[in-house]
Write a protein that binds this ligand. Structure first.
Ligand code: SAM
Length: 273
């Protein structure tokens, strides 16, 4: 990617972009699936972008990764022991699940280059892949879910936005396949984009899950480096989800976030009704 006077910009619309001043461009490669860029930024440390969109930065990755793991962790019927992560090639979601005490994690990432880049530049996250409790598979998550005989307590869709290889991860057919591989009391969560700039993602996730699951809910959080900062996650289960008591906190997550993140502004409610 070519930088203009050392600024990396993610375009949100034809008329708006967020720009990071960059001290170093560490890598720019085209893989079989996407373009991967790695920058060192002044304010957010190392930044990973895929096809020009920010995936994570050193400084605020904890918010996204705590929200996508710690919230659904507290919604399963009993403390989860096994999890499937689709996407998540940086290792951040697996890292948090290990810290939560899970015993068996299968992480299915389509692009081995994302894993390689994370091993080089985000060792704190990618260290999860050398833990014996984590099995990393490089393949399409959609095919994996269709064919596997394994079952899980927690399924986490830590994917790119619903375009290219991730498009099918937001479909009703895919959600129906995930239901087949859920243990009693299991929960599925998917990142579902910015309600303000990407209403399509949240609508797709919510309406697709609604056709398949009994209980579907949306929660939100503040992730400064994602479009508008205001981000959504959609969580679902074939069983009614009853939050288990929260006795732990992260750097962002705590008992109040567990409750408050499900309180939605009216414009978000309007997107999913
Ligand atoms: N935190 C991020 C965000 O929301 O911006 C997502 C991070 S993670 C790097 C997303 C990963 O999903 C990418 O590495 C991409 O290769 C992977 N991915 C996309 N489609 C996939 C599929 N069908 N199966 C498995 N992994 C997929």
């Amino acid at each position: 990617m070519k930088l203009i006077e050392n600024w990396f910009s993610e375009r949100y619309s034809d008329n708006l972009q967020l720009s990071f001043r960059v001290s170093d461009q560490l890598l720019s490669i085209k893989t079989d699936y996407q373009r991967i860029d790695l920058f060192d930024t002044y304010d957010f440390g190392k930044l990973l972008a895929i096809d020009g969109t920010v995936q994570l930065t050193e400084r605020d990755e904890y918010i996204y990764h705590e929200l996508i793991t710690m919230v659904p962790y507290h919604l399963t019927q009993k403390a989860p022991e096994s999890a499937l992560i689709i996407g998540g090639g940086d290792g951040g979601a697996a890292r948090r699940l290990l810290d939560l005490g899970l015993r068996r994690i299968v992480n299915v990432e389509i692009d081995d280059q994302v894993v390689e880049v994370s091993k080089r530049f985000f060792p704190n996250l990618s260290s999860a892949f050398s833990d014996s409790r984590v099995k990393l598979l490089i393949q399409d998550g959609i095919k994996y879910v269709k064919n596997t005989e394994e079952k899980f307590d927690l399924i986490i869709i830590d994917s790119t936005d619903p375009e290219g290889p991730a498009e099918g991860l937001f479909s009703k057919e895919f959600y129906a396949d995930t239901k087949r591989i859920m243990n009693q009391g299991a929960v599925l969560v998917s990142q579902s984009g910015s309600p303000f700039y990407q209403p399509k993602a949240i609508k797709l996730a919510y309406s697709g899950m609604k056709e398949v699951f009994n209980d579907v809910r949306v929660y939100t959080g503040f992730i400064p480096t994602y479009p508008s900062g205001f981000w959504s996650f959609t969580v679902a289960s074939p069983w009614t989800m009853k939050p288990r008591p929260v006795s732990i906190s992260g750097k962002y997550f705590n008992a109040e976030v567990m409750d408050g993140s499900f309180k939605l502004p009216q414009f978000v409610k309007d997107l999913i009704t």
